[in-house]
Design a binder for this molecule. Sequence first.
Ligand code: SF4
Ligand code: SF4
Length: 114
Amino acid sequence: MNPNPCMTCGACCASFRVSFYWGETDAAPAGLVPAHLTEAIAPHHVAMLGTNQAKPHCIALQGVVGEGVSCNIYPLRSSTCREFTASWEHGEHNPTCDRARANYGLAPLLPTVG
Ligand code: SF4
Ligand code: SF4
């Protein structure tokens, strides 16, 4: 089994604005994402604190990018986070994953063979 490459990466959580519909926060009846870890960026959208800035770094990201990381709210993370998959994880290339990794001098993931 290959180890999950995200556990020694975290570059996407420290490269982009992570935004989503406010109804995904626990300020809404069915929401999960802790609202106090988000900020409003539009009438109906919020972003994870720390990601709406020139050098994004999500407030929930723990550890050192490129070495060892974890998400403090993993079971409660937004759809934006859930839907962002590591390149080739499901057999599909994700160029945005490559771009995030390149920000931190990490090589792109390669498709697994066989
Ligand atoms: S909530 Fe977790 S998975 Fe989403 S950007 Fe932040 S650290 Fe990454
Ligand atoms: S940039 Fe790619 S490999 Fe790194 S944590 Fe994000 S999805 Fe995983």
